[in-house]
Design a protein around this ligand. Structure first.
Ligand code: ZN
Ligand code: ZN
Length: 263
């Protein structure tokens, strides 16, 4: 059994065929899907999808790109929205300096609010980090010293030192379909060097469809290709990668106490 630890099933890409997308994931052995929030203004839809399917859970939060345009959220509001049994974490939040669609300081402020909510509620935070390794490292170190919190760096595309820091701080590192791309040498090396017990896998669907579906719409069933690439890089079996990454996911997302077996 596999888990897709990060996707966006609320995006218009799935408006026509969401039932089929979920069924294809189940048929591919994906036992659990995490539907990740990017805006509070669309959270209701994100949650409705999690409520509709037994094996889909969700998070609540504001993507760094969406900080500009969304009203700022407070720690108390985030924690309140996470009372629902299907809401299992916060995010995605973080820093994205590749496309500076929101001011860096606004991104940092929003990121710290999400971390505080994670610390206070005892739920994990899903962290997006792109071209922001130095600021990300200093915020993670500083916030962890204020009090522990759990979480993961998703769709990892940064340097080895940030990945190693995350692991030292007890965070998980999640890899997406981009590790299957031909030019993914450096990322592959990071997968090789990190311990399997700190890794998660995801699709980040509808983006970043893995080889052999690169360029097409991505969907949770395709997390299988990322798992296969991880097993090749770690020189181990698919069974071990599936078992360990699923176990890691359940250790981190403590509100999910079991994965429903759906025939
Ligand atoms: Zn992201
Ligand atoms: Zn995402």
């Amino acid at each position: 059994m596999l888990v897709d630890s990060h996707c966006h099933l609320d995006f218009p890409d799935y408006r026509q065929d969401l039932d089929e997308v979920v069924i294809r994931a189940r048929n591919a052995g994906v036992g659990c899907i995490l539907n990740v929030s990017t805006k509070i203004s669309t959270f209701e839809h994100v949650l409705a999808i999690a409520e509709k399917y037994e094996d889909v859970y969700c998070t609540v939060g504001i993507h760094p790109h969406k900080v500009k345009g969304e009203s700022p959220i407070s720690v108390a509001q985030l924690i309140n929205l996470a009372i629902h049994p299907k809401v299992v974490g916060f995010g995605e939040t973080g820093l994205d300096y590749y496309h500076t669609r929101s001011q860096h300081n606004d991104q940092k402020q929003s990121f710290r609010v999400h971390i505080t909510a994670a610390r206070q509620a005892g739920l994990p935070v899903i962290i997006h980090s792109r071209d922001a390794d130095d600021d990300m490292a200093s915020i993670l170190k500083e916030e962890m010293s204020l009090g522990p919190f759990t979480g993961l760096l998703h769709c990892f595309s940064s340097g080895y030192s940030l990945a190693a820091l995350a692991v030292r701080l007890g965070l998980f590192v999640s890899f997406s379909g981009n590790i299957t791309f031909r030019n993914a040498g450096a990322l592959g090396e990071i997968v090789r060097r990190l311990p399997l017990h700190s890794l998660l896998i995801e699709t980040d669907a509808p983006f970043l469809a893995p080889v052999p579906r690169r360029g097409q719409r991505n969907e949770p069933a395709l997390v299988v290709h990322t798992a296969a690439r991880v097993s090749a890089l770690k020189e181990t079996t698919m069974a071990e990668v599936s078992w360990v990454t699923t176990h890691n996911f359940l250790n981190l997302f403590t509100k999910i106490d079991r994965i429903p077996i759906i025939p």
